[in-house]
Write a new protein. Sequence first.
Length: 69
Amino acid sequence: MQAFLATHVLPFRACYACYNVSDAALDKAMAAAGGWAPLDPRLLWPYSSVPDEEVAMLAEAARMAFPEW
């Protein structure tokens, strides 16, 4: 789990200038990618969100890393 987060999630935080996302945006992106809740991964204005394309790639990476979930 820690390796997955370090590889696929934390880069969104590390490159603040690239994505400019908050912890809330990461939480929402992970929930949407995992299908844990019927929600949209975007935050309301004025907050930045993880791009939809990245959420889809995060979902695929999660399915590959954790097929049993």
